[in-house]
Design a protein around this ligand. Structure first.
Ligand SMILES: C[S@@+](CC[C@H](N)C(=O)[O-])C[C@H]1O[C@@H](n2cnc3c(N)ncnc32)[C@H](O)[C@@H]1O
Length: 378
C-alpha cells in the first residue's frame, strides 16, 4: 500500500540495504527467515534474539510420522500431502485408545489415520453433506471403524458422541477455537488441535480467548484481517502458481501507480480479486477491468509499457519489504496459539505445544495437545 512505509524513516539504512538485495538473495531469505533475522539484526539489534524467541519444541520423531500415514493403496481419495500430514499428526498424538472425535473432518482422512494409531472408533463432525457421504463410503470400503455425522460445529446444540478425546487437523479459525471452547466446557479429557487460518470467522476486533491475554487488550488489539499475516506463506504453491501470482502482483501495483498519477487523492486503491480469465491476458486488459470495477476513468492515452515497468519495479520493492513484514508472521502465530494454551490451562488442562511435522510438509505445523489435569476433588 505504501511505497515508503513508516518504518523506513527511523531505519533508512535497513531500507536501502533491503532494496538493493539481488533476486537470488531475496528468494533465499524468504525461505530462510531465521537467517534473514540475523542479517537484519545489523540494523535492528533486538532481532538477534529472533530465532530463540520463535523456536518451539518438535514433538515428532526423526521418522516424521511417515510410518503412521496410511499406505498409498489405502488412501486413494487422499492428496499426498494430506496423507503425510495426517500421518504426522496421528503419530505425534499416538498411542491412542478409546473413541476419538475428528472435528471438521472433511472426508475423514485424519479419522482413518487415527484408527491405525490405536483409536477404537473415530467419529467425525463435518457439515458438507457430500463430504459426509464420501467419508462414510470410504470408511466402509476399507472397513474402518469411522462414522461421519453431518454437523455444524458452530451450532448452539451439539450432541457429543461418547468420546474423551477431540482432534482437529487444520480446522480454520473459529472452528478450531470452537473445539477448544466447547470441548473444554464438555470436559473432554484430551484435545489435540493443529490450527490454521486464524483470521477466519467473525468480524471486527479479534478477541483473545484467555483471561490473561485479555488483560493486554489495549496494547495488543488486532482486527481479524491483520491475523491473515500469520498464514501468509506460499511454500506449498507450485512454481507455476507462484510465477503467475508474481505477474499479477506487478500488474496490480502498476495499475495502482497509474491511478495514483491522475487521481485527486493519490492514494492506494484496493482492487478485489480478479477473474481467472485475466491471468492469461495483458497488463492493459487487467487495468481496464480494474478501472471498470473501481469506477475509475482512465486517461484516453496511457503508456502501458511505462506503467507495467513501474509495477514490476514496485513489485521487486514490495517483495523486499515483505521480508521484514514476514518476520512478524511466526511471532504473531505463536502469540495466538500461546493464548489458546493459556486458555486451556485456565480451563484446567496441562498443555504441550510444539510442531508435529517439518515446515516443508505444511507451514501450519503447530500442535496444541491439552490433557485435562486430574483433580483430587472426590
Ligand atoms: C480445511 S478443511 C480440513 C479437513 C480435515 N480436517 C483435513 O485435514 O482433511 C476444513 C473442513 O471443515 C469443514 N467445515 C467448515 N465449516 C464447518 C462447520 N461450521 N461445521 C462443520 N464442518 C465445517 C469444511 O467443510 C472442511 O471439510
Amino acid at each position: 500500500m505504501e511505497p515508503r512505509p513508516d518504518w523506513c524513516l527511523p531505519h533508512p539504512d535497513l531500507a536501502s540495504w533491503l532494496e538493493q538485495l539481488s533476486d537470488t538473495d531475496c528468494d533465499y531469505w524468504h525461505e530462510h527467515l531465521l537467517e534473514f533475522a540475523q542479517e537484519a539484526a545489523h540494523f535492528v539489534p533486538a532481532l538477534a534474539a529472533y530465532a530463540e524467541l520463535v523456536s518451539v519444541p518438535s514433538l515428532f520423531g526423526h521418522e516424521g510420522g511417515t510410518k503412521a500415514a496410511l499406505k498409498e493403496v489405502d488412501a486413494a481419495d487422499m492428496p499426498g500431502r494430506k496423507r503425510l500430514q495426517a500421518g504426522a499428526f496421528a503419530a505425534t498424538v499416538a498411542p491412542l485408545s478409546g473413541s476419538v472425535l475428528d472435528w471438521c473432518c472433511g472426508k475423514g482422512h485424519l479419522a482413518r489415520t487415527l484408527v491405525g494409531q490405536g483409536a477404537e472408533e473415530v467419529f467425525g463432525f463435518e457439515w458438507d453433506a457430500e463430504l459426509v457421504q464420501d467419508g462414510n463410503r470410504i470408511a466402509a470400503k476399507y472397513g474402518d471403524p469411522v462414522r461421519v455425522a453431518q454437523q455444524d460445529v458452530m451450532a448452539e446444540q451439539l450432541s457429543w458422541p461418547a468420546v474423551a478425546h477431540g482432534a482437529a487437523l487444520h480446522a480454520c479459525g473459529d472452528l478450531h477455537r470452537q473445539l477448544l471452547r466447547r470441548g473444554s466446557a464438555a470436559g473432554l479429557a484430551r484435545l489435540s488441535v493443529s490450527p490454521c487460518c486464524y483470521h477466519l470467522g467473525g468480524r471486527g476486533e479479534y478477541q483473545m480467548l484467555s483471561e490473561r491475554a485479555q488483560q493486554y487488550r489495549g496494547a495488543l488489539s488486532m482486527d481479524r484481517s491483520s491475523l491473515r499475516l500469520a498464514v501468509q506463506e506460499t511454500v506449498t504453491a507450485p512454481a507455476r502458481v507462484r510465477a503467475q501470482s508474481a505477474r499479477i502482483r506487478a500488474w496490480r501495483l502498476g495499475f495502482d501507480a497509474l491511478q495514483r498519477s491522475f487521481s485527486e487523492k493519490g492514494q492506494y486503491l484496493p482492487v478485489p480479486s480478479h477473474p481467472p480469465s485475466l491471468n492469461n491476458g495483458t497488463f492493459e486488459e487487467f487495468c481496464r477491468w480494474a478501472a471498470n470495477k473501481k469506477r475509475v476513468v482512465l486517461p484516453s492515452v496511457v503508456d502501458w509499457q511505462h506503467w507495467q515497468a513501474v509495477g514490476e519495479r514496485r513489485s521487486r520493492q514490495v517483495r523486499r519489504h515483505e521480508l521484514l513484514r514476514h518476520l512478524f508472521r511466526r511471532p504473531l502465530e505463536l502469540w495466538l496459539v500461546l493464548d489458546y494454551a493459556v486458555y486451556m490451562e485456565e480451563q484446567g488442562y496441562r498443555v504441550n505445544l510444539g510442531t508435529f511435522c517439518e515446515r516443508s510438509l505444511t507451514p501450519r505445523n503447530l500442535l496444541l495437545d491439552a490433557q485435562l489435569k486430574l483433580t483430587n476433588s472426590k
